[in-house]
Design a protein around this ligand. Structure first.
Ligand code: MRU
Length: 369
């Protein structure tokens, strides 16, 4: 991600002090660009819980670096504190599979001999980060084909992509999933315009997607969460691309709350609806997303309040309803595979079905019984 002429990842090990992991604090965006240092396992956990970092790929990478910090703290002795740290990370954000996937990958590497554990942890966390960035880049190149095809139909007019929440570079280590094809198109001079859903309650669209598209120089408009259906009815959306937090073996996809409604509107209006994600987001142990994917229910105050910058420049949080208003706050919903046109992965684009998915990931297909 290019910020002010410098390339940044969202998380990295400090080049001077290998006991320090650095992150971009997403709670400060878009008003302030701030880098935070993580020096302890508990700081990495807090960053995930408080959403200084968020997005499926990035919480996975943060948990991986958090496990590295846990190894530094525990020393090369007993394995059980590391198992405990892993369980604590997994419970922090239950919907995105990348978190548990990264913790399990770290634990597999750490389970070996105590000697050399620090170095193994560092190498594995770095590998997870590098892989995430590399996979996202490839998602962009595969998804680019869809934008190129739409560009031909648009005969030089901008291709209009609608996205929900933030599945851009900020949601991963770099590049992003849903926005990676947009960036690849922009790099090639293909005119693209993005409709950015604000994404209540935490407004990741308004505060993060709009910010990173602006930094990249991509044309966009922020829209109210409920505007997408109207735009589709009026032929103003060429394709929808969202990210995903967990995708089952048959292609049901959990993503930020509200995604399902966009998929319904897309189907009603004949607009292609794509879901972009790296393979770390697959959960091959699940088939029926609605029945099986755990949906995180978050603090209801996220619904009752809203934060932003006042005219005087200070950041304030205000209540938008009566003090005693009851509220519920589900973070994600599941879009059944039947509403999804295709899955954009690092290995290519496939149909959202077992057959389509296993054609790209044959090694994940269970042996016939
Ligand atoms: O609650 P968040 O911000 O961690 O939610 C995750 C998301 O940003 C979205 O659901 C996204 O579209 C998929 S994660 C790349």
């Amino acid at each position: 991600m290019n910020i002010g002429g410098n390339h940044y990842r969202t998380i990295w090990l400090d080049a001077e002090d290998p006991r320090v992991v650095k992150i971009i604090n997403q709670l400060a965006l878009p008003h302030r660009f701030e880098i935070v240092e993580l020096r302890q396992f508990s700081a990495a956990l807090g960053a995930i819980r408080d959403m200084q970092v968020r997005g499926a790929g990035l919480i996975g990478a943060t948990a991986a670096w958090g496990m590295y910090l846990a190894v530094l703290e525990a020393g090369e002795g007993s394995f059980s504190p590391l198992e405990e740290a892993g369980q604590t990370f997994k419970a922090a954000r239950p919907t995105a599979s990348n978190l548990a996937w990264a913790v399990d990958r770290m634990l597999r590497v750490l389970a070996g001999p105590p000697k050399g554990r620090v170095e193994r942890a560092r190498r594995e966390a770095q590998a997870i980060s590098d892989e995430d960035a590399g996979y996202c880049r490839r998602i962009g190149l595969h998804g680019l084909r869809l934008i190129e095809q739409a560009a031909e139909r648009r005969k030089g007019e901008p291709v209009r992509v609608l996205t929900h929440c933030n599945a851009g570079a900020l949601a991963f280590v770099d590049y992003g999933s849903a926005l990676s094809p947009v960036y690849a198109a922009a790099d090639r001079g293909i005119p693209v315009h993005v409709w950015v859903d604000e994404t209540r309650p935490r407004n990741q669209g308004a505060s993060l997607t709009a910010w990173e598209l602006g930094r990249y120089g991509v044309d966009y408009d922020l829209i109210a969460d409920n505007a997408g259906g109207h735009l589709m009815q009026h032929g103003m959306v060429d394709l929808v691309i969202t990210g995903a937090d967990r995708v089952t073996s048959r292609g049901d996809a959990a993503n930020k709350i509200g995604t399902y409604l966009k998929a319904l509107a897309a189907r009603d209006n004949g607009v292609p609806f794509y879901v972009a994600f790296p393979s770390s987001t697959f959960d091959f142990s699940m088939e029926d997303g609605l029945a099986e994917i755990p949906i995180e229910e978050r603090d209801a105050d996220e619904i009752r309040r809203i934060s932003g910058k006042t005219a005087s420049g200070s950041i304030e949080t205000v209540r938008i309803c009566a003090d005693d208003t009851p509220a519920r706050n589900w973070g994600f919903d599941v879009t059944p595979a039947r509403y999804i046109t295709g899955l954009i992965t690092e290995r290519g684009i496939c149909e959202p079905s077992k057959q389509g998915i296993y054609s790209l990931y044959p090694e994940c297909e269970p042996e016939p019984k």
